[in-house]
Design a protein. Structure first.
Length: 219
């Protein structure tokens, strides 16, 4: 059975239409160009490995189409240096709302406008430790679980209003349970599956959320 992304890519390919799926990446550190380039290359390769692992038995040609339509569009203006994910989110939402992404030919409901990737020096150092620890041979994208910081662009659950302060203390209150769930680590290898599980379903973020330092995957 095809994932929703793969299905749309397949249909649009047959119609000769342009398409791409993926996310925007906000780079907020410029200390080390070498580790940044290694990270971006690894993420691309890990996502493509995930696509291969997902579809190689279904249709080898589909693997190529889904891989070739994957994009990470990087925002790396130095004005972003040192910004928190909260600060990036404050600019991302209005930019999307003003039509900033219209020229990038994303798949409809492809999640590019629901989430973005945030990269700071901490995540690059996490990657460096994993990448440098590998003695030899190719990366094991599943076992290594190199994380992406995925930020929810428009939190659907907010903290309680002042008048609801007492009510929010009851066990099971959504505002209480979902507080702080505005970003999570996602394994680069499983990004396609993450997007498919969350595509068009705002509640999926909270249903399948994994608290850091856990890394989201399909296990």
């Amino acid at each position: 059975m095809l994932s929703s992304i793969a299905h749309v890519v397949s249909v649009r390919s047959q119609l000769g239409l342009d398409h791409q799926w993926g996310l925007y990446v906000y780079r907020t550190t410029f200390e080390d160009e070498e580790i940044w380039e290694r990270y971006v290359k690894y993420v691309h390769n890990a996502v493509n490995a995930g696509v291969l692992g997902y579809y190689w038995r279904v249709d080898p040609a589909l693997v190529v189409r889904v891989q070739s339509s994957f994009q990470l569009i990087i925002k790396e203006d130095e004005s972003l240096e040192g910004l928190t994910y909260h600060q990036v989110r404050e600019t991302f939402g209005p930019w999307i709302a003003s039509g900033g992404a219209e020229e990038d030919q994303w798949l409809g409901s492809g999640m590019y406008d629901w989430y973005f990737l945030y990269v700071d020096q901490v995540i690059l150092e996490k990657f460096r430790q994993i990448d440098d620890a590998r003695q030899e041979g190719p990366p094991d994208y599943i076992a290594e679980q190199v994380p992406l910081i995925v930020v929810e662009a428009y939190p659907l659950r907010w903290g309680p209003e002042p008048d609801d302060e007492v009510d929010s203390k009851f066990e099971g209150d959504p505002a209480e349970e979902d507080a702080g769930k505005d970003w999570q680590y996602v394994s680069a290898y499983h990004l396609l599956e993450f997007i498919d599980m969350h595509r068009g379903d705002g509640d999926a973020w909270y249903t399948f959320f994994k608290h850091p330092p856990e890394v989201w995957d399909t296990s």
